[in-house]
Design a protein around this ligand. Structure first.
Ligand code: 5GP
Ligand code: ZN
Length: 137
């Protein structure tokens, strides 16, 4: 098994579990962006959002809500970023689907957001129409 997260699920390498249910596991990130940075994963190996079984996605979202509530209540987080990278170009390093939950406190500089771009309604309208037409292709 060459997937590091599958090895964590199997207990072959150590992790620091925050939460577990039948379908998901949540554990602390080894290089945290903030205190309490947690990864929530389906126990079944799926590479990313594009290839995942919707049941695994649903279970991961449910598990993420449980963990987010724990982080919010017990670490007194003011906010929580949900980050989920798909593909090398998007910064995915581990190709087992995972959701990052990153607790935030007012004024911290834990992660940077994107630069807001410029567009207009004509461009947005034609792009949205193009994408709707492509649905299911
Ligand atoms: P990605 O860039 O793929 O969205 O995020 C992968 C995350 O997995 C990174 O934040 C990284 O710190 C974390 N990570 C990689 N290897 C391990 C590990 O062996 N244990 C834990 N707990 N986290 C890991
Ligand atoms: Zn895996």
């Amino acid at each position: 098994m060459d997937c590091i997260f599958c090895r964590i699920v199997a207990g072959e390498i150590p992790s620091h579990k925050v939460y577990e249910d039948d379908m998901t596991l949540a554990f602390l990130d080894i290089h945290p962006a903030a205190r309490g940075h947690t990864l929530v994963i389906p126990k079944q190996h799926v590479a990313d959002l594009l290839s995942a079984d919707p049941l695994d996605l649903e279970a991961t979202v449910r598990g993420s809500q449980v963990v987010a509530r724990i982080l919010h209540k017990h670490l007194q987080a003011d906010g929580i970023n949900v980050v989920q990278n798909n593909g090398t170009a998007a910064g995915q390093d581990v190709f087992h689907y995972h959701v990052h939950l990153i607790p935030r406190w007012t004024g911290d500089q834990a992660i940077r957001s994107w630069r807001p771009g410029e567009t207009d309604h004509a461009a947005l309208g034609s792009l949205a129409a193009e994408l709707r037409a492509a649905e299911g292709t």
